[in-house]
Design a binder for this molecule. Structure first.
Ligand code: PLP
Length: 358
């Protein structure tokens, strides 16, 4: 029995996408970003598929611990660092590396017993204005870290790009330049580029690159799909038709009757909805594939169902396979039709969607 909604994960595609990373950044070490359950794809299976990388980047302590407890020996970087003594202790116990972005963290390091050394990544805020030290504080922060006996003397240097997905935005070069001129005074390995940085900005290639989205075969650029960039989608989301019926002119379909039938229409009902993570704001006209052929979503997305126009598919019947995104239907397109970004779609797959490996 096939589940109503399931996602097939193509792990060979992860290895392919890593090759694309290598092609763009042949000399860089790779920190595969696997936060948020590897962007909804499953942390451990993606880490296993990408295990030849030099390190993993995660957002949360729990993610890092899961990786260590599963036996991964690579470097693991907590991209948000730690916020209290316990987390610092856990970072040491599990040999995690921490991004250091504020003086409170440095105080914790200064007060910690220097039993085990922790590797750190000192973060410069070059304009994202989220985490990181501003330039005038950077040297002071660096000096204080150097003086901590519990800190590995090799201090890595990191920043994050805010607008790298816009290839015409001059802010990116300004960020890169500010980073390079600030870190010039220090040794230690540097890291600037996320997926968009490493695909579009040569200048952002330094010792380490930090691809996330592109590992999953998805493009960070609104005007291009992953397939167009030579990537292969890892996740394909499927469901099935659970009803096929006729609706007549003047009738409406779905909540609030937003879709009004103008000509006799074969309507398909698909067993997937926002309860599975299919976007509630997908508009009428959003592409859906039935038996490999594109049809259009019509009416509102419900919790458990969507409705599609099957006039072009006279043979479609109950039980037929429906693709919501992935192989043959880029998730980037669905994101555009839903006024969102592909990150939110893959991250937003819910518990009831069964993940299966291809
Ligand atoms: C999420 C994240 C990345 C990966 O970004 P993508 O756009 O998915 O490639 C890299 N660096 C940091 C600090 C991040 O938070």
């Amino acid at each position: 029995m096939r589940p109503a909604a399931y996602a097939v994960l193509n792990l060979e595609a992860v290895r392919h996408n890593l090759k694309v990373v290598r092609r763009h950044a042949p000399d860089a070490k790779i920190m595969a970003v696997v936060k948020a359950n590897a962007y909804g794809h499953g942390l451990l299976r993606i880490a296993e598929a990408a295990k030849e990388v030099d390190g993993f980047g995660v957002a949360r302590m729990e993610e890092a611990i899961r990786l260590r407890e599963a036996g991964f020996k690579q470097r693991i970087v907590l991209l948000e660092g730690f916020t209290c003594e316990d987390e610092l202790q856990a970072s040491q116990d599990y040999q995690l590396e921490a991004v250091i972005h504020c003086f409170e963290q440095i105080e914790l390091l200064e007060q910690a017993p220097a039993t085990k050394k922790i590797a750190v990544w000192l973060k410069l805020d070059t304009g994202m204005n989220r985490l990181g030290f501003k330039k005038p504080d950077f040297a002071i922060a660096h000096q204080r870290l150097k003086a901590c006996r519990g800190v590995n003397p090799e201090i890595n240097l990191i920043t994050h790009l805010a607008n790298a997905d816009d290839k015409t935005d001059s802010k990116t070069l300004a960020q890169i330049q500010l980073f390079k001129e600030t870190v010039d005074d220090f040794d230690g390995e540097c890291s600037i580029a996320n997926s968009a940085g490493l695909l579009a900005w040569q200048e952002a290639l330094t010792d380490w690159v930090r691809p996330g989205l592109m590992l999953y075969g998805i493009s960070p650029f609104p005007e291009q799909t992953g397939v167009e960039l030579g990537l292969k989608p890892v996740m394909s989301l499927y469901s099935k038709l659970i009803a096929v019926k006729q609706v007549n002119p003047g009738e409406t379909v779905g909540y609030s009757g937003t879709w009004v039938c103008e000509k006799p229409t074969r309507l398909g009902v698909v067993a997937i909805g926002y309860g599975d993570g299919y976007p509630r704001y997908a508009k009428t006209g959003t592409p859906v594939m039935v038996n490999g052929q594109r049809v259009s979503l019509i009416g509102r997305v419900s919790m458990d169902m969507i409705t599609v126009d099957l006039n072009s598919q006279p043979d479609a019947k109950m039980g037929d396979t429906v693709t919501l995104w992935g192989e043959g239907l880029p998730v980037e397109e669905i994101a555009l039709c839903s006024d969102t970004i592909p990150y939110t779609l893959v991250c937003g797959i819910t518990q009831r969607v069964q993940l299966v490996e291809q």
